[in-house]
Design a protein around this ligand. Structure first.
Ligand code: A2H
Length: 255
């Protein structure tokens, strides 16, 4: 996109056994959906994982330990050239390509989340040309995530279209994790109400809401949960990011 490289944190969402049929050949291995985020400090509020239903994905071995990442081929190629890659320049595709929709309903462990497990769901705005094509969902602080989860909750026909079970969606509520002055502790919901956003396809309004919330959350937000509760987001963010990396729940990725 831009001229500046973008550095993401890839959150390792562990796929739980029994694997969905598309991933069955990998049964017994450590398989992760690699979700790209700019907001590692929000991981306490994860409620699900998003994929592009018509997007193309593969399973790639990323280290000597045999860890497998699910992501786009484009991301696998980029990742193979990052400094920490032990097999520099090599990509090892174990499976694929397959469609994102084949992952819908997959149960994963989302590090730091209050919910366990969380499920893979479809979101129309997930791009396969950015990050890994896998997005972790934090409806408390991301207007896109909030609106897409509401669409699935409020529109049974939408669930039906993608074969989404009620149990993968209805029990999951946004978790108050960051207090933002004037927007409260569920800032994405507040922004969607303020801008009258009623669908995940309201692109221009969502971009406005996203920009406002992102800046306010970062500069004025106070964390409400975890070991850094009552600290400013600005202060806590690098500490939470580092803890995720140290615990092997995340790796860095830039593009
Ligand atoms: B963020 P930028 Cl709580 N397609 O993570 C669509 N969106 C994608 C994506 C893709 N392929 N890859 C990453 N993203 C999302 C958390 C979050 C994010 C919060 C609030 C705002 C926010 C939880 N979802 O992003 O275009 C990811 O969602 C607002 C900027 O590279 C990632 O961070 O600037 C962000 O977009 C990266 O967006």
């Amino acid at each position: 996109e831009g001229v500046q490289p973008q550095e993401y944190v890839l959150i390792k969402l562990a796929v739980l056994e029994p694997f969905p049929s598309v991933l069955e050949p990998l049964s017994g291995r450590r398989v992760f959906l690699a979700a790209a985020t700019l907001r590692p400090e929000t991981m306490y509020g994860q409620t699900n994982c998003w994929i592009a239903p018509e997007g193309s994905y593969g399973a790639y071995q990323v280290n000597a330990a045999g860890d497998v990442f699910i992501m786009t081929e484009r991301a696998a190629r980029n990742l193979a050239y990052q400094a920490w890659s032990p097999t520099f320049g090599q990509i090892c595709c174990l499976l694929g390509p397959f469609l994102g929709r084949e992952l819908i309903g997959t149960a994963v462990r989302a590090p730091l989340s209050v919910y366990h497990p969380v499920y893979v769901l479809p979101m129309t705005s997930v791009s396969t040309g950015k990050g890994t094509g896998i997005v972790t969902s934090v409806p408390s602080d991301s207007p896109d995530d909030y609106r897409a989860l509401q669409d699935l909750k409020e529109k049974p026909a939408f669930r039906q279209k993608f074969g989404v079970a009620d149990a993968w969606v209805l029990p999951f509520e946004a978790v108050p994790i960051i207090e933002v002055p004037e927007f409260g502790s569920l800032s994405a919901q507040a922004a969607c109400i303020k801008y009258k956003i009623h669908s995940q396809n309201d692109r221009e309004l969502l971009d406005k809401a996203k920009e406002e919330i992102y800046l306010r959350g970062f500069y004025d937000g106070i964390l409400l949960v975890g070991p850094h509760a009552s600290q400013r987001v600005q202060t806590a963010k690098p500490l939470i990011r580092q803890a995720l990396l140290d615990q092997d729940d995340a790796v860095l990725y830039s593009e």
